[in-house]
Write a protein that binds this ligand. Sequence first.
Ligand code: NDP
Length: 328
Amino acid sequence: MSPKDTRYDTMKYNRCGLSGLKLPAISMGLWHNWGDVDLFENCRAMILYSFDNGITHFDLANNYGPPYGSAEENFGRILRKDLAHYRDELVISTKAGWDMWPGPYGDWGSRKYLIASLDQSLQRLGIEYVDIFYHHRFDPETPLEETMGALDHIVRSGRALYIGISSYNHEQTKQAAKILRKLGTPCLIHQPVYNMFNRWIENKLLAVLEEEKMGCIVFSPLAQGLLTNRYLNGIPNGSRASKPGTYLSREDVTQKQIVKVVELNKIATQRGQSMAQMAIAWVLRHKVVTAALIGASKVSQIEDILGCLSNTEFDDKELTRIDQILTQ
Ligand code: NDP
């Protein structure tokens, strides 16, 4: 099956900081729903639908699954089967920094772990290089010079074209950027969590990213599904909160949050949007935010989210009302 000729007609591509690389405003992450426990044909349909609609960026990590590694393997299979001729139209990222294999060399931020992990990821993906390689979380024990030195080496050795960091706070980000600049491999991008229920980056990180001219791709922009219509009438079977082994438990779906989503949803309706569309438009309102990194369990969710691109502007009244609801 060939991708659609119209695939670049509607997506918006934003420059990643001061780099030459542009990312689709809506990018696809393969954390939950892409493991061996999930239906391969559904994964394939979501990837092909995404690519057909201008989503050129797919984000992975060594331990996405379950089991660990299986999301990379499944994405590699889809690449070979359907997108082998389109590698140069894709931006593929992966990460290391959380637990991956047993013992002292399969976690955190040593040079030993990061380089070995990326080599394993490339094998699972069946590609020669990734476009972006991230350090997944700050390591308080390994010298930052060692971790950043490993990222620099990874680019120089051809394993990745660009490098990034994830979930580093503003001070750690400043330090990392300084070391990388000195090494001659600028930090392309930061990947923090950001959504209406978790606004920590507004405090200081966004200012640092602007100052450092770094891109910013925000993960879990829908708060793992809470900022959608998914949980307005309880916890449906098959939803992330209903499944064991996910990072969203039944207890995380609180009445307090649902009351807020009901109120937010009224604003979305007035804007002619679904709740999910408004939540994505809201994270994209900052000029520093390059892309919203979404997740999905079915094609119809991706279709819904893409609809937000026709209305990403907010007036002051809407923003004030949203702030009021969120701080109630
Ligand atoms: P989201 O906040 O976008 O949540 C995705 C979930 O929301 C889906 O699985 C689905 O839930 C629900 N959903 C999506 N669209 C709709 C819709 N239109 N209507 C109703 N429900 C909808 O993102 P994720 O938490 O999945 O994270 C996205 C990506 O971010 C990950 O895949 C990963 O690449 C990255 N990430 C990075 C981390 C890091 O440390 N750097 C940590 C976490 C994520 P359901 O499954 O119930 O249908």
